[in-house]
Ligand binder design. Sequence first.
Ligand code: PRP
Ligand code: MN
Ligand code: MG
Length: 178
Amino acid sequence: MRDDIEEIMFTPEQIQSKVAELGMQISDDYRDKNPLVVCVLKGASLFMADLVRNISIPIEMDFMAISSYGASTQSSGVVRIMKDLETGLENRHVIIVEDIVDTGLTLSYLRDSLLRRNASSVRIVTLFDKPSGRKIEIIPDYSGFQVPNAFIVGYGLDYSEKYRNLPFVGILKPEIYS
Ligand code: PRP
Ligand code: MN
Ligand code: MG
């Protein structure tokens, strides 16, 4: 697996210290709000697990699976709900946890769909933001790192379902996907 990586972009230590920062900010902003923290499977699963351990206030967790990429490296723009939330959103403050915002299509669809369920508020926390990839304007409320327009994998991010379990984030060698 390591041989398929051209360059390491973020080490486990850099990721952990950023996740701790984000957890602290969220803890400050959501005191007494009992937010519902929603993990967007599968990419955000590792970030979610680390983030909630850095949130020091009461929260609830739920999970949603949506998919837009499939086995391609390009977003298709077609968002499918593979697994829905179990929690009702009426009067809830929702925090959507994402690993990366690229075109923004996934999140813009998701945010609108959760707001339609009458959530009191919906904010987005993403570990990585790739502003150059945007096809629709969306600005994450909390963002860890801005990343350039390279195909990155690891720490939840996959290429064709592979590399999610790498503890770091790195640039995939182009020969792997071309
Ligand atoms: C990836 C990533 C984000 C989304 C971002 O998920 O985890 O959820 O794409 O891309 P966008 O901003 O262009 O919509 P993917 O659909 O690959 O599913 P996965 O999380 O299961 O890998
Ligand atoms: Mn995803
Ligand atoms: Mg994916």
